[in-house]
Design a protein around this ligand. Sequence first.
Ligand SMILES: *[C@@H]1O[C@H](CO)[C@@H](O)[C@H](O)[C@H]1NC(C)=O
Ligand SMILES: *[C@@H]1O[C@H](CO)[C@@H](O)[C@H](O)[C@H]1NC(C)=O
Ligand SMILES: [Zn+2]
Length: 352
Amino acid sequence: MSRYAQARRRNPRYREIPKFLEEFVEDESEKKRKNEELTGKHWLIFIVASCVVAIVSIYLQKSLPEPLGPNEENTRFSEIRAKPILHKLSNIGPKTSGSQACEEDAVNTILEELNKIKPKVELGEHSLEIQTQYPSGCFDIPRFDTDGFGICYKNVSNVIARLGSKHRKWHEEHSAVLINCHYDTWPTSYGGSDDLISCALMMELIRVLGEPRQPPIPHDVIFLFNGAEESSLLAAHGFIVQHPWRHSIKAFINLEASGSGGKELLFQAGPANQWILNSYLEAVVHPHCSVFGQEVFQSGVYPGDTDFRVFRDHGRIPGLDLAFVRNGYWWHTEFDSAELITNGSLQRADIS
Ligand SMILES: *[C@@H]1O[C@H](CO)[C@@H](O)[C@H](O)[C@H]1NC(C)=O
Ligand SMILES: *[C@@H]1O[C@H](CO)[C@@H](O)[C@H](O)[C@H]1NC(C)=O
Ligand SMILES: [Zn+2]
């Protein structure tokens, strides 16, 4: 409202306005109104800007780094070196927990690879202790996954490798980090992404962290390759409530998939312990997180679960849950094989 119009409203004496002034007042407010209106031009700018943002986000979402080989000092994570074991495990075929493919073929392939890495690692200051565990037990699944039930298991398998300093005994070490993958698969799937890519990633981490020319790592890292996840998180439970190494574990990283390759997404963290999230953001080469996953998973809407819940609820330790989520329609199907994982997915997942 113009000053003239305001005065006119307050004081009736201003009601009589000379003709030329009246016109002037009308013109002013008309011009202002026109300026405030959204015209076709504004909408065009808005639509073009939205499209540009969408195209850039899709491009960034799809872009993956070039797969690299190891460098001279062996300090670089290498997808090219990590791939052969991934293909070998995937090519075994579906590996349901309890099947020969899972309990013998996959276990032996993993043990063979670890035993190949061990002598090289132990040339330097590190030790790599390799174990198998065959736990049996019972626990309750809360009203979450399905409708809540008690479950018992017998003789499921775990392959565990502990990387530490040669100068420390494991029982003297008071803080260790657990990294978990599972080598069993859904009955119809080769499990290339769910979850062998994570097991291949862990093997590569051992090769890089255990480099003999490097000083020993400050805290032990326990690599758990578990053999019964798809059948309701059994093997992770067997490890975290029974294995003697569980006592020193202060945090865990669970590596999962609900798709095939792409960018690994951090979708659950905690409980509490902000420091874990901070150290993730500081250390990881390509951080990528979303709070949406945590909301969905912890609300119980999504009918699935990961070993994250077992470590959190039965181990009472905080941790991170990461998953490959691209091409979700391949998840748990015969298309989830090593060949169909986009090149660069593993290179990008480097968490060393
Ligand atoms: C448990 O499984 C392993 C390998 O799958 C086998 O060698 C062992 O005999 C089994 N133990 C029992 C008690 O069934
Ligand atoms: C991925 O890389 C390998 C070589 O490392 C190549 O043979 C293969 O064709 C590539 N796959 C795609 C989809 O580009
Ligand atoms: Zn899985």
